[in-house]
Write a protein that binds this ligand. Structure first.
Ligand code: PGA
Ligand code: ZN
Length: 393
């Protein structure tokens, strides 16, 4: 996107474990790129969208996003494609920042650097290892700066690699979709033991906590959850989470149940109150009406925010502020199918939510976000690091 004084470029990511209520990612179908091409979405950007928003003022993000929603006219962006609208909406924001000669984060607000949640061991749809839980996250939050937190995360990640190599052989150190290792652990506890050992071996026992993203819809079928070779109902899975929270320093659990299980989320949240943050991702899909339901049922303590789940920046910011006004936390997140776009780093800083998920500290599409945060920290100073303040228990 170009204006007289500005330039903005953005891209939209994709997910392997998408929630059924997410906005539609428009793909071409047919043989080209195995059906995953995006020529229709690109055409929508260059024809319909371009025609509608050309001449509008890029400092009016909300008006442009409203125009995108009206032009689309569906409840899930299925006419234009949320991949088309996300990229345009974020390009508008980048263009507005460029017109003002500053970074995107500074036109969005507060300027608080989030603590990184690094997904270092992958399972579920992000790996082929038979581990049900999708993400095992290290959460370095007791540090004085983002750069120290990231350094600890990276040291732990490499310690984990050595431990996996020792236990399963070096062939088991291949990576899953988000850059975490994907060893053939037999049980959830095996994965957590490895992570706990790598945190302590790296010398960060008190400063680094653990999180999980179960992405439980992916192992839910006919009323049962299949975990570690057992079929559990919601009560059985609740007991399992409670016992994991007793045995390990877990402070965050995302999508512990399937995407319609508002009540089961609420039960777990109550049982783990003040100990574990319960995060809604597939449950709420950055969608204000689903978030309102989750708030009314008390399902979650924090929202996972992904711009492409809803399709515009304005709607994402509305989702975040709805949660923040209700006393809930927000975790800004990447997708398993990422690009090198760094807008989510700026969004996390701008809304001051204090938490970001961007995968393991490796591979360009993940490190791009962490590197962007290092750069922002060099501008704003280490005092702007959120530390543990974003975590809502
Ligand atoms: P996805 O996974 O991008 O594959 O949906 C990320 C997540 O579940 O948080
Ligand atoms: Zn998730």
């Amino acid at each position: 996107m170009r204006t007289e004084k500005g330039f903005g470029r953005a891209s939209s990511p994709s997910g392997a474990s998408t929630g059924v209520h997410e906005a539609l990612e428009l793909r071409d179908g047919g043989a080209r790129y195995g059906g995953k091409g995006v020529l229709f979405a690109v055409k929508n950007v260059n024809s319909l969208i371009s025609k509608r928003i050309s001449g509008m003022d890029v400092s009016g993000q909300a008006e442009i996003d409203r125009a995108l929603c009206e032009l689309d006219g569906t409840s899930n962006k299925s006419r234009l494609g949320a991949n088309a609208t996300t990229a345009v909406s974020l390009a508008v924001a980048q263009c507005a920042a460029s017109e003002r000669g500053c970074g995107l984060h500074s036109i969005l607000g507060k300027g608080k650097i989030p603590a990184p949640m690094l997904n270092v061991l992958n399972g579920g749809k992000h790996a082929g290892n038979g581990v049900a839980i999708q993400e095992f996250i290290i959460y370095p939050l007791n540090f004085n700066s983002f750069s120290e937190a990231l350094c600890a995360g990276s040291e732990i990640y490499h310690t984990l690699r050595a431990l996996i190599s020792k236990k399963y052989g070096s062939a088991a150190t291949g990576l899953g979709d988000e850059g975490g290792f994907a060893p053939p652990c037999k049980k959830t506890e095996d994965a957590l033991d490895l992570i706990e050992a790598s945190i302590s071996e790296a010398g960060y026992q008190k400063k680094v906590k653990i999180g999980i993203d179960a992405a439980a819809s992916s192992f839910f079928s006919s009323g049962k959850y299949t975990v570690d070779g057992k079929k559990l109902d919601a009560k059985g899975l609740t007991d399992k989470y409670i016992s994991l929270a007793k045995s390990y320093p877990i402070v965050s659990m995302e999508d512990p149940f399937h995407e319609e299980a508002f009540e089961d989320f609420a039960i777990l949240r109550k049982k783990l109150a003040r100990r574990v943050q319960i995060v809604g991702d597939d449950l709420t899909v950055t969608n204000v009406s689903r978030i309102k339901k989750a708030i009314s049922v008390n399902s979650m303590s924090s929202l996972l925010l992904k711009v492409n789940q809803i399709g515009t920046l304005t709607e994402s910011l509305q989702a975040a502020s709805l949660c923040q006004r209700a006393g809930l936390g927000v975790v800004v997140s990447h997708r398993s199918g990422e690009t090198e776009d760094t807008a989510i780093a700026d969004i996390a800083v701008g809304i001051g939510c204090g938490q970001i998920k961007s995968g393991a500290p490796c591979r360009g599409e993940r490190t791009a976000k962490y590197n962007r945060l290092l750069l922002i920290e060099s501008e704003l100073g280490p005092r702007s690091f959120a530390g543990a303040s974003g975590l809502v228990l």
